[in-house]
Write a protein that binds this ligand. Structure first.
Ligand code: MC0
Length: 138
């Protein structure tokens, strides 16, 4: 089902500071910056590598305000890994397979994600405490 690790989402308080750290320390480059009001985040995708199945990224996430998924996560856990995003060829097909096998979904249909991707989340309680995202690149 998974074609690659598309990205690792990292929650942070200060997007500019973390972009500066990842670019200067690890030599990553910023592939995209967006604000996603529906997800409650300002975010940056930092390119890590290319592979035949597609590219991989670090996704830095700063909440737009405290009462958002990432804002609540920061209050509870502090900065750190927020979710793992896996590449899939067809997010709707993957959701259908997972729902049929009883995996608890957050999204039963795809929504708009970073860089034009079609995305859907699986509940962390169904994945051993890991918030898991399916990503179908455009
Ligand atoms: C919350 N919990 C997590 C978690 N967030 N566990 C692991 N990883 C996370 N990231 C756990 C809490 O510890 C708690 O566990 C329980 O879930 C409920 O916590 P809460 O604070 O009451 O939860 P809510 O209301 O924030 O809901 C949690 C849920 C939500 C995962 C359903 O955050 C959600 O729908 N997330 C999906 C959307 C999202 O995260 N968007 C931001 C990234 P206990 O054991 O104490 O009950 S947007 C993005 O990434 C886009 C732009 C993209 O990639 O393209």
């Amino acid at each position: 089902m998974f074609t690659r690790i598309d990205h690792v989402g990292i929650a942070c308080h200060d997007l500019e500071e973390k972009i500066a750290f990842y670019t200067s320390t690890f030599g990553l480059t910023v592939a995209a910056r967006e604000t996603q009001p529906g997800q409650g985040v300002h975010e940056a995708m930092l390119h890590v590598a290319d592979a035949p199945a597609g590219s991989s990224y670090v996704q830095l996430l700063q909440p737009i305000h405290d009462d958002t998924a990432v804002g609540r996560f920061l209050a509870r856990h502090g900065e750190g890994i927020h979710h793992v995003g896996y590449g899939v060829d067809d997010v709707e097909a993957a959701l259908g397979i997972l729902a049929a096998s009883g995996v608890r979904l957050i999204d039963d249909r795809p929504r708009h994600g970073s860089m034009g991707a079609s995305i859907a989340f699986l509940h962390p309680k169904a994945v051993g405490g890991v918030l898991t995202e399916l990503v179908q690149a455009p």
